[in-house]
Design a protein around this ligand. Structure first.
Ligand SMILES: O=C(O)CCC(=O)C(=O)O
Ligand SMILES: [Fe+2]
Length: 555
């Protein structure tokens, strides 16, 4: 094509685009559930493009993948993928690519004149998705069902201006979510609609999204870049296929709805009609979704092996192995899902207790906190957490602590041991209810998020704080010999008249950090101090580091 012909072509394209923009003000007037909103409890998304009028949004979550996982994910994708050289209308495209779909979908991906055959989601893909989708506020049954993988080997590799407006995703006609992960070399990602231009420097481990009608009104690209050290970059772009191109997939009877709409009450393509597990009434998530997907992949693998089996015996042995492996896989996936669910449930329980909700046992012997079921752990125990949000990074503004919130080792304080509920009213809470850690701080303690002024604590969670002098003033021994902290702890209405179980502190040496117990209720050792007030008084004026009280309350 000559230069003037190509300019003319661009003009025609521009005019067509303008006309289509003019003719089509957004039809969707209701507000959209942005992924950043869904994930607001656990991830701090910003929206560099937030165009409510045109319903176009692009979200950005820098360094979403933890540093230690980034090289691992990069290598898993790079080594585990059969990279293809796509060919577009005008020759080879300057990048390598692959395309994955969640089985049973086998739609091919056609874009820019290229066409790519699908591969099923691999184990590492599910692992990376588990890490990223959580940060988008998506439960496993809401995950995207396709992923486009791009490998940019150097600065010459790029993607020109385009929209992901293929029919598969219906992004021209309805809200469409696209989640993209960058790994490796930082590259520039540009978005534009006429003069409206946005640019993001996508770094190793960054997540970004395009949501709403962005594919209708905006184009995006990753331009070429010059420089001596432009290393490889991988991009994973997850999307929801909502209109299958392959008749086989259509017959597979999917509910054809993108989760963007699923959140408005429709089912996602991966909705499963299985009943929630009987032992956890009230759970409305689908614990089998991950297992199902993994199983489908495995079934496909075994089907190929079976087809190639040389003898009847080999086929029988394969079938036996398949049934065993399937069971293990199902159990693993269900366990992972349960752990995730339990973490969320625990957060709610903590909140309920902090705010003074009353607990009672229901007819199924499950504890109900104002309608919220306190689920038993897998071992049947009824533990409530005492540490901060466990590794899920789920911190709301008040979920902070002056120090790291590592749980104290179980052997020391038996945090979370099962505390049966039915005991006489006068009994010590220690055997009946929940246990908590409270941070003991110096009287002049100041932390701008935890205090209004030096020595003026605000209510803190997940770890309540208390000043040393206040603890000393309010500790009193009752007739049974239990040490009770009278009144509210850290102004939380639900944490009243708690019983002191132990006092611990962290001891750091050059080699290791350990937990030292300064006082323990009913300690058996001869030389153990019996009076917590004496122990605490001796700490006055000293620098307090990780000094904690374990306290007990009743449900
Ligand atoms: O590499 C990127 O960040 C964008 C890739 C892209 O736009 C696409 O695959 O459609
Ligand atoms: Fe794209």
């Amino acid at each position: 094509m000559t230069k003037s012909a190509s300019v003319a072509r661009q003009r025609v394209l521009q005019l067509r685009r303008k006309a289509s923009v003019k003719e089509s003000k957004p039809r969707l007037t209701e507000s959209i559930d942005l992924l950043g909103d869904l994930a607001q409890e656990i991830a701090d998304w910003s929206y560099p493009l937030l165009d409510e009028e045109w319903h176009c949004f692009a979200g950005y979550l820098p360094r979403a993948v933890p540093e230690e996982l980034r090289p691992r994910f990069f290598d898993l994708v790079r080594e585990g993928t059969e990279w293809l050289q796509p060919t577009g209308r005008w020759g080879p495209l300057p990048l390598r690519t692959a395309w994955m779909c969640a089985l049973p979908c086998t739609c091919r991906y056609r874009y820019g004149g290229a066409e790519v055959s699908p591969l099923p989601f691999t184990d590492w893909m599910l692992e990376i998705m588990a890490s990223c989708m959580r940060l988008c506020g998506l439960a496993s049954h809401e995950w995207p069902n396709s992923c486009n993988l791009n490998l940019y080997m150097d600065g010459e590799h790029s993607v020109g201006w385009h929209a992901d407006d293929e029919a598969l995703f219906q992004g021209k006609h309805q809200d469409c979510r696209i989640i993209s992960l960058s790994l490796g070399q930082t590259r520039r990602f540009e978005l534009r609609c006429g003069k409206d231009f946005h640019c993001l420097e996508l770094k190793d481990g960054d997540l970004c999204t395009m949501e709403g009608l962005t594919q209708k009104y905006y184009r995006h690209r990753v331009p070429k870049v010059q420089g001596p050290k432009i290393g490889p970059r991988i991009n994973l772009t997850w999307r929801w296929i909502v209109q299958h191109s392959n008749p086989v997939c259509m017959e597979a009877n999917f509910a054809q709805a993108a989760p963007a709409q699923a959140t408005h009450g429709q089912q996602s393509p991966w909705h499963c009609s299985a009943e929630p597990a009987a032992q956890y009434p009230g759970r409305n998530f689908n614990p089998d979704a991950v297992a199902q997907r993994k199983m489908q992949q495995e079934q496909q693998r075994f089907a190929t092996l079976l087809a190639n089996a040389d003898s009847e015996e080999e086929a029988t042995a394969l079938k036996e192995r398949m049934s065993e492996e399937t069971k293990v896989m199902m159990a693993d996936a269900a366990k992972a899902e349960l752990q995730l669910y339990t973490r969320c449930a625990r957060r709610l329980e903590r909140l309920a207790i902090f705010s003074g909700a009353q607990g009672r046992e229901d007819s199924r012997n499950l504890v109900q906190l104002e309608g919220l079921t306190v689920l038993p752990n897998e071992d049947g125990s009824n533990v409530l957490p005492v540490s901060g949000p466990s590794g899920d990074g789920a911190e709301s503004s008040s979920d902070i602590c002056s120090e790291d919130q590592e749980p104290m080792p179980d052997e020391e304080v038996k945090v979370g041991e099962y505390l049966p509920l039915e005991v006489p009213a006068e009994a010590s809470y220690g055997q009946n209810g929940y246990r908590w850690h409270a941070q003991i701080v110096a009287d002049d303690f100041f932390h701008k998020k935890l205090c209004t002024a030096p020595g003026q604590l605000k209510p803190c969670r997940a770890m309540p704080h208390i000043k040393l002098s206040e603890l000393l003033e309010r500790l009193a021994q009752n007739e049974r010999g239990s040490w009770i902290l009278s009144g509210e702890l850290n102004q939380w209405p639900g944490l009243t008249n708690l019983e002191l179980v132990s006092i611990t502190c962290k001891v750091r040496s050059v080699v290791a950090t350990s937990i030292k117990r300064l006082w323990l209720q009913n300690a058996k050792q001869q030389d153990a101090p019996s009076d917590p007030v004496a122990v605490l008084t001796a700490l006055h004026g000293k620098k307090l580091r990780s000094l904690r009280a374990v306290i007990a309350g009743s449900l």
